[in-house]
Ligand binder design. Sequence first.
Ligand SMILES: C[S@@+](CC[C@H](N)C(=O)[O-])C[C@H]1O[C@@H](n2cnc3c(N)ncnc32)[C@H](O)[C@@H]1O
Length: 228
Amino acid sequence: MTDDVSRETPPLVEKLYPRAADRLAAYADLLATEGTLRGLIGPREVPRLWDRHLLNCAVLERLIPEEATVADIGTGAGLPGIVLALVRPDLQVSLVEPLLRRTTFLQEAVDLLGCTNAEVVRARAEDLTPARGGTVLYDVVASRAVAPLGKLAGWCLPLCAEGGLMLAMKGASAEEELAASEGDLEALGADEWHVHQLGVDELAQPTTVVSIVAGRAARGSQHRRRGR
Ligand SMILES: C[S@@+](CC[C@H](N)C(=O)[O-])C[C@H]1O[C@@H](n2cnc3c(N)ncnc32)[C@H](O)[C@@H]1O
């Protein structure tokens, strides 16, 4: 353990996720130790692991339907994918990450935490799309801090089942990015999109998420509707 702050599990974790609290704490410990040693988490992030990373990612589960299949694109050290797998055992989570150093850490984390509902997929998102021969579509395609929204939509919407959800965790730029990428979203057949603020009354750092409902055109049909 490299930092006292990450050692203490905040009371809010016990309150919101009592059944996952122990394994979330083990994951926090892993990020603070091996995660920083291997350069997956900056040392300055350790004191704010819970507020800025773990709780911030955990509340994303509120937008995910029961028993959904979820891909976390560019998961890095497992954010938000490992957190989602821990707080929602009903989900099947694919942790998609191209870099070997990160997938090695991810596999170790999955094994250590006993995440039987998570798998590590070493790939770039665009190489998983049906256009490149990919065969798996997901109910939910999530991401955090990976690419600007328009580019991200080009990777994520083709991976969504029809009517599935793309969930992009974004910061203060969410509305602006959405406005700038509406044309891309329409061209990709997105049906509707919204900006959500999660945990506003609970979290030190509420989570901003852009949700986009995927339509058929994401995989080649001409079906298009304007977002609302
Ligand atoms: C800034 S990190 C964010 C990691 C994690 N999501 C988080 O919030 O801590 C961006 C991650 O996206 C991955 N990435 C970059 N391009 C990608 C692509 N085309 N497909 C999948 N992952 C990609 C990088 O390897 C990196 O791990």
